[in-house]
Design a protein around this ligand. Structure first.
Ligand SMILES: [Zn+2]
Length: 321
């Protein structure tokens, strides 16, 4: 009797197990079908950008065809930025990495050849200016070139062309779409150039007095302006020289200067001292290297920053309608 019961239980177990097995097989098969369908749509291109101007330009060109990421966290000063290990993983897994140039992001230049992503130097085809091109000072550092090419909208157009070529290369089938968007953007940059030209031709003063590291070298070169800054180089870590601060204060007192311009994302200590010493107004000249969290969330464009700068330049340099 006991033996029979054992056999029955054994037979039932075999049935139960085989039933289970076929159920499991069905579930696995069903899952494969579902995941197979999910893999079907193409994955979006992943593009990483180092600074805000190329982040903004690239997103206008790619529309919804790619994910564009700005590697700088909001509010972080760009010259002293170094990527984290997580950033490195993200770069490694991206399709395209766009940076300004060797002088602006030395860390990016060092990545060339060591990650799988296509790396593009957006200053390609642009002749860099010596940092002291605008200065009559005797102190020179021949090694340093000015990396702030984007402050001249005409050079920003060259950057846009470089972004466009790299996109066409990695994503040929959307080339026409990219080209159309890039043309719209270039037209807007040309209009910006015209507006700046017209406005600056009517300002009373042609000298931008800056209390910060001066990012607008290409801008003043393009539009026939001059600038004075207590900083010798462009690095925000650099110390202003007392002689230059004194010269700046002297100039302000001798002329009818109306404002001292300060830069974004850095405590404007020097500008504040000069403003207090001379009584002139402090105005922001936004270099758009990077943006605050609020500016990022508002999606402010490079062109918006430049137009706002132009309004403040009208105040600071004096403007006759
Ligand atoms: Zn800078």
């Amino acid at each position: 009797m006991r033996k029979l019961l054992t056999v029955v239980i054994a037979i039932m177990l075999v049935f139960a197990l085989s039933g289970c097995e076929s159920n499991i097989e069905n579930v696995v098969a069903a899952n494969e079908e579902i995941t197979g369908e999910e893999v079907e749509p193409e994955e979006k291109l992943s593009i990483i950008t180092s600074l805000y101007p190329q982040y903004d330009f690239t997103r206008s060109i790619v529309g919804d065809k790619a994910d564009v990421i700005l590697i700088l966290p909001p509010g972080v000063e760009s010259h002293s930025f170094e990527p984290t290990p997580q950033d490195m993983v993200m770069l490694q897994n991206s399709d395209l990495f766009l940076y300004t140039g060797k002088e602006m992001e030395p860390w990016a230049y060092r990545l060339t050849g060591s990650i799988n992503a296509t790396i593009v130097d957006l200053s390609e085809g642009i002749e860099l200016m010596d940092l002291d091109a605008h200065e009559d000072e005797d102190e020179h550092d021949d090694e340093l070139m000015d990396p702030h090419i984007w402050t001249d909208p005409n050079l920003a157009i060259v950057m846009v062309d470089n972004i466009l070529s790299s996109l066409k290369e990695i994503d040929e089938k959307n080339a026409e779409y990219y080209e159309e968007n890039a043309n719209t953007l270039k037209k807007a940059l040309m209009d910006l150039d015209l507006e700046i030209r017209e406005t600056l031709s009517k300002t009373t003063s042609k000298t931008i007095l800056s209390g910060g590291h001066f990012a607008f070298g290409y801008f003043v070169e393009r539009y026939g302006l001059e600038h004075m800054s207590p900083y010798e180089g462009f690095s925000p870590d650099a110390e202003p020289t007392p002689r230059r601060i004194a010269a700046l204060i002297e100039t302000i007192k001798e002329t009818d200067a109306r404002a001292i311009f300060y830069e974004e994302l850095i405590d404007p200590k020097v500008s504040r001292v000069i403003s207090e010493e001379t009584g002139i107004e402090m105005l922001l000249l936004h270099g758009a290297h990077n943006v605050t969290k609020e500016e990022f969330e508002a999606g402010k464009s490079y062109i918006t920053f430049m137009k706002e700068n132009l309004e403040r330049l009208k105040i600071g340099l004096g403007y006759d309608e």
